[in-house]
Design a protein around this ligand. Structure first.
Ligand code: ADP
Length: 190
């Protein structure tokens, strides 16, 4: 079993690279952003609650996302491994994930952290907003999402660094080159 966290700010390319990694390594993709957007579009009670935060670019409360992850792990008992995309986004989430995985005796093996300059991030998110139809891809909300990232999410990198699980990857350049750089690290684990 191989469990990977794909870490990085909004717009760093986690979604794009996840799709490539899943295909190559046959991992199960867990994207909290996708799960939440699905709940919003189905107008479930969880989705209606989450929407209030998402539309402002704020993080959804930890208990909500941790509960979602726990159910996802239970739904997939026999897998090669998971790729966590957009989760954990706070140190409390990282801690909760470690507890859930320790219980299953399959810890996080590797955290790949995508590094992209602030300027490039904003440009990517704004141009994605013109095609994605995502209600949180407007300039004002994007600024808030990046602020939330610095305040609450970037400490997650230190958390994994202190456990010696973090490897940084340059997230600028062609999608193929970035993917190759990620694979060369993953291949030392598989
Ligand atoms: P991006 O990849 O652009 O960062 P996501 O699709 O991962 O965006 O997330 C969109 C929104 O969903 C976030 O701004 C936040 O409101 C909510 N969200 C997603 N994952 C989490 C999480 N792990 N914890 C809290 N909120 C989350």
């Amino acid at each position: 079993m191989f469990n990977l966290v794909l870490f990085g700010p909004p717009g760093s390319g986690k979604g794009t690279q996840s799709a490539n990694i899943i295909e190559k390594y046959k991992l199960v993709h867990i994207s909290t952003g996708d799960i939440l957007r699905n709940e919003v579009s189905q107008e479930t009670p969880l989705g209606l609650e989450a929407k209030k935060y998402m539309d402002q670019g704020a993080l959804v409360p930890d208990e909500v996302v941790i509960g979602m992850i726990s159910s996802k792990l239970d739904e997939n008992p026999e897998v090669n491994g998971f790729i966590f995309d957009g989760f954990p986004r706070t140190v409390a989430q990282a801690d909760a994930l470690d507890n859930l995985l320790d219980f299953r005796q399959n810890p996080i093996n590797l955290v790949l952290s995508l590094k992209v300059s602030e300027e490039e991030l904003k440009n990517r998110l704004i141009s994605r907003g013109q095609v994605s139809g995502r209600s949180d891809d407007t300039e004002e909300v994007i600024v808030n999402r990046i602020k939330e990232y610095h305040a609450k999410t970037s400490p997650v990198a230190d958390y994994y660094q202190s456990k010696q699980k973090l490897t940084e990857i340059k997230g600028e350049g062609s999608v193929e080159d970035i993917f190759r750089a990620m694979c060369s690290v993953i291949d030392t684990f598989i």
